[in-house]
Design a protein around this ligand. Structure first.
Ligand code: AMP
Length: 144
């Protein structure tokens, strides 16, 4: 997968946006969807995606990037209130060689806790328990 090319409409996040796949939702508005990462690198690992289709940040229009990162900050603040991490990593990968595995633009909000390591990136870790994710999402949503 190169940095540029056609947007593939069967990617997993496009399917979540169309309601064909479930997600544990944190926040949604006309432009943004946020949900829990199914293979979290830490407790509370949250994803934020624009609804408009684009493969990566380089192919996202500036208006959508502004909305996306406004929401990322808002949701990161809610993660801080809800889960009280010691730090928060914000990551965003463009192209397979950079580590991108899902080719719909997205931003990771990854809470860090002192003394706790980080799980594997890109769905290589353990699939989370949905009930546990739902509890975490509820706490983050309540803090928005
Ligand atoms: P990236 O590797 O940066 O493209 O990130 C893709 C992220 O999507 C990884 O952190 C995966 O764990 C996550 N992921 C893959 N499938 C799902 C899914 N069905 N629901 C939620 N997160 C997913």
């Amino acid at each position: 997968m190169s940095l540029h090319g056609d947007y593939e409409t069967d990617n997993i996040f496009a399917r979540i946006l169309r309601g064909e796949m479930p997600c544990v939702k944190v926040y949604e508005d006309d432009n943004i969807l946020s949900f829990m990462d199914m293979f979290p690198q830490s407790e509370g690992h949250t994803l934020v995606i624009p609804k408009a289709p684009s493969r990566n940040l380089l192919e996202t229009n500036a208006k959508d990037i502004g909305r996306l990162f406004g929401s990322v900050q808002r949701i990161a603040k809610a993660v801080e209130i809800a889960l009280k991490p010691d730090g928060i990593v914000i990551t965003q990968f463009n192209g397979a060689p950079a580590g991108q595995t899902v080719f719909h633009t997205h931003v990771h909000i990854i809470p860090r806790y002192t003394g706790l390591g980080l799980g594997a990136h890109g769905g290589a870790g353990t699939m989370a328990d949905i009930d546990a994710l739902t509890v975490l999402a509820g706490k983050i949503t309540a803090a928005l």
